[in-house]
Every structure is written in structure tokens, then in C-alpha cells.
Design a protein around this ligand. Structure first.
Ligand code: PGA
Length: 257
């Protein structure tokens, strides 16, 4: 973390979890626990149907609400889809783009990720762009090349002045939901390399200011060590974001001066 140059962001990714009733119970439990973190921004990315309630429930807190996906068009004949504009109007601030589960199960490609990043920025949302290698790719030794490619493809055509709205999340696929976390060194190495890619694309000032998260089995126990790495500016947290006490511990680890 480096509060001097950039925002630390802890974002929960609920995936397809929690009903409306469970969302209300979560909010009641976590609000008094969390208080008002000073040094980091806290985000909860929740299923579409829970967004209006979540926005209302967290209105007076420092927790911003995010979505887990959006479509790349602003409107049209796309049955079952939701646009970035629709999310913006509900009070959504962030949107996860290109999560590996969407790449794996819903044919999300680097091309659609790029289109969605543009759509999100156009609508005034902050995209959290996910990149990450599979275990096979790591073992082949192509992690850095692959991540550089994914970052460049996702950001193609994004002008420098929009980059202060973009968050990058490095999520090694083999660490997601597996309980197998990347070591702090592995995570830091890739996050640093992402900043190098952004420096080459946009220059040192933009690179210094961009928030780069780590995600993949981050939890109450390992968060502090991961977040202590200079190029890891927060986390994208799945499983542990469903439990108020665990999520609060992670936020507290990020909220160090
Ligand atoms: P996990 O998920 O924390 O459950 O590994 C992270 C993510 O998918 O964003």
C-alpha cells in the first residue's frame, strides 16, 4: 500500500451469494463493526437484484456499492443483460469487469472486457478490471507476458485522463476460491509488473496513482502481509467478504496509516 500516491480499495465480490434478507442482515451486522475507515475505500459488489437495497442500507456509511458485471452497450435487444448506465442511475460506483469466472463460464474475452471498460467509464462508473493466469500458464512461465497482454487489451483506447477511475485486480485463477493464496512475493511481483505496463502506456504519474488490487483467497489471516507489499493497493475478496467479521478484519488491515 502507498497512501501517499493512491487509494487503497478493499472490495468484496459476493458472486451469486446472499438473498435480499441476507443482505439486510449483513448490513446490520457490519455497519457498527466497520465504522468509517479513513485510509481505505470499502466497496461491496453484490448481485444485481440486491443493488437498490444495498445502496439504501449503506447510504450513510463509507461503503460504496459495486456491480459484478455489466453489458457493453448502453441499451438494446440483449435479453437478461444490464447496462452500465442502469447501474449508475441506481447509485452504483464500481463495476467488476472480466472476472475469471465470467471469462471461463460466459465467454468473456479480452475484446469484450475492453468494450465493457469503455462502457463503464462512459457511464461514469469505476471499472475494477480483473486479470490473472491459470495454473497451467504459471507453470509454463508465461505469467508476466499474459498479464501484460490482458492489461493492454483491457485498456486499449482508454485515455490517460480516465485512468484515475480505473482499478486493476490481479487475480491468479488458481488462487480463486481454492484457499490457495499466492505468496506475498508472487502477488507483489505481478502487481509491480502491472504498474510497469501502465507506466509504459501512460507514464509515471498515472502509474503511480493507479490502484492495483490482489484477489484470490485473501482472508482475515493473510491480508496484512499481502497489503504490506508496496504495489498491492487493496484486495478483491470473494469468500471472506461474505462474513462481516472477516471482511472487517481485512478492512482494518488496509486501514493502517
Ligand atoms: P476468493 O474470490 O476470495 O473467494 O478466492 C476472489 C474473487 O473471485 O474475486
Amino acid at each position: 500500500m502507498n497512501h501517499r500516491y493512491r487509494k487503497t480499495i478493499i472490495a468484496g465480490n459476493w458472486k451469486m451469494n446472499k438473498t435480499l434478507t441476507e443482505t439486510k442482515a449483513f448490513a446490520e451486522e457490519i455497519k457498527p463493526m466497520l465504522g468509517k475507515p479513513k485510509w481505505c475505500e470499502v466497496v461491496l459488489c453484490v448481485p444485481y437484484v440486491n443493488i437498490p437495497a444495498a445502496v439504501r442500507l449503506f447510504k450513510d456509511s463509507r461503503i460504496a456499492i459495486g456491480a459484478e458485471n455489466c453489458h457493453y452497450e448502453s441499451h438494446g435487444a440483449y435479453t437478461g443483460e444490464v447496462s452500465a448506465e442502469m447501474l449508475k442511475e441506481l447509485g452504483v460506483k464500481y463495476v467488476i469487469i472480466g472476472h475469471s469466472e465470467r471469462r471461463q463460464y460466459y465467454n468473456e474475452t479480452d475484446f469484450t472486457v475492453n468494450k465493457k471498460v469503455h462502457a463503464a467509464l462512459e457511464a461514469g462508473l469505476y471499472p475494477i478490471v480483473c486479470v490473472g493466469e491459470s495454473l497451467e500458464q504459471r507453470e509454463l512461465g508465461v505469467t508476466m507476458e499474459l498479464i501484460a497482454y490482458q492489461v493492454k487489451a483491457a485498456l486499449a483506447g482508454v485515455p490517460a485522463d480516465k485512468m484515475r477511475h480505473v482499478v486493476i485486480a490481479y487475480e491468479p485463477i488458481w488462487a480463486i476460491g481454492t484457499g490457495k493464496t499466492a505468496t506475498a512475493e508472487q502477488a507483489a511481483e505481478v502487481c509491480e509488473s502491472i504498474r510497469v505496463v501502465i507506466r509504459k502506456l501512460y507514464g509515471a504519474r498515472v502509474a503511480r496513482a493507479v490502484t492495483i488490487q490482489y484477489g484470490g483467497s485473501m482472508n482475515a489471516k493473510n491480508a496484512a502481509e499481502l497489503l504490506a507489499q508496496p504495489d498491492i493497493d487493496g484486495g478483491l475478496i470473494g469468500g471472506a467478504s461474505l462474513k462481516p467479521a472477516d471482511f472487517t478484519t481485512i478492512v482494518n488491515a488496509a486501514n493502517q496509516e
